[in-house]
Ligand binder design. Structure first.
Ligand SMILES: C[S@@+](CC[C@H](N)C(=O)[O-])C[C@H]1O[C@@H](n2cnc3c(N)ncnc32)[C@H](O)[C@@H]1O
Length: 290
């Protein structure tokens, strides 16, 4: 008698286990449910990533931390004779990515659940690797980028968007200032997994060199984050963010209400005819597999 095989859980490095549980929990569910909002928020940075990736018609593209797959689909639309593969830890986001790619009629995308740090990619099986704010969360960035270098063919290109430090990102400063409610919030570290995990260009250059990449360039991409069409729309978006929940946690009701009023007022101040726009700054890191 043959015993039916159970689907194996994806291989996740112990250092990324907490991240995997967050992106498979409330955080991932929220991103999947509001993927359009998240895509629109940082859309200002998309052209820089696509230009740098310089995807060719026959290229095999890997999108690292693809989320709901907006950049995977953008690559697939160019790689008409090639293929785009998105890898992500998050089951809910991958389900959304698959649904969106099918709805768009794309037949050259694949979405894989896994930890890009340790996923057993076929060696030299990609021409280009991109990441749209998905490469900042690795517990061991050198191991992760070494694994990605191995997945690229020699000479293959890497193009990665990541956030610059907090001080350069007005959208995060405003959130933290209004929701701090008088508390002194700790500075987020620039060398730990999270939004600022690739925010220090010297560290990024060191990580990529150690991982076997050559011609590493880190360039500034100024932009804006669009939080909504108007202040109420933006408030609705921001109030549901995991970061907001975290900052409000532990505050008593009155203080919480006052903090949210302050946030709403700040969003009103940033409303423009093009939506609620706040300053933002990313790094675009490009490199080649040596
Ligand atoms: C900030 S979101 C960006 C998602 C998407 N690239 C976008 O621009 O909308 C970060 C994504 O990276 C994924 N991620 C984090 N660590 C990962 C890892 N070790 N391997 C694969 N994906 C990872 C998360 O699950 C999440 O979907």
């Amino acid at each position: 008698m043959t015993v039916p095989t159970q689907p194996q859980p994806p291989l996740v490095d112990a250092l990324n286990a907490e991240m995997a549980s967050a992106w498979n929990g409330e955080e991932g569910e929220d991103w999947a449910a509001r993927a359009d909002r998240f895509d629109a928020a940082s859309a200002a940075f998309d052209p820089a990533l696509l230009d740098a990736a310089a995807v060719g018609a026959a290229d095999r593209v890997l999108d690292v931390g693809c989320g709901a797959g907006v950049s995977t689909r953008a690559a697939a639309r160019v790689a008409v004779d090639g293929h785009a593969t998105g890898i992500d830890l998050s089951a809910p986001l991958l389900a959304e990515a698959r649904r969106r790619s099918a709805a768009a009629g794309l037949t050259n995308t694949t979405f894989v659940r896994g930890d890009a740090q340790v996923h057993p990619f076929e060696s030299a099986s990609f021409d280009v690797a991109v990441s749209r704010f998905g490469g900042m969360f690795f517990g061991d960035p050198v191991a992760a980028f070494t694994n990605l270098a191995r997945a690229l063919r020699p000479g293959g290109r890497l193009a990665v968007l990541s956030w610059q430090p907090l001080a350069r990102n007005e959208w995060l400063l405003v959130l933290r200032r209004t929701l701090a409610a008088g508390r002194l919030l700790p500075e987020p570290p620039g060398d730990a997994p999270g939004p600022f995990g690739l925010s220090d260009p010297d560290r990024v250059r060191g990580v990529l060199a150690a991982a076997g990449f050559a011609s590493v360039h880190v360039t500034e991409v100024p932009g804006v984050v669009r939080l909504g069409a108007d202040a109420e729309d933006a408030f609705d978006f921001v109030a549901g963010l995991g970061m907001t929940r975290g900052l409000l946690g532990g505050l008593d009701d009155d203080v919480r209400r006052a903090a949210l009023d302050e946030l709403r007022a700040a969003l009103v101040e940033h409303a423009t005819p093009d939506g609620v726009l706040l300053g933002a700054a990313a790094w675009l890191t490009t490199a080649y597999r040596g």
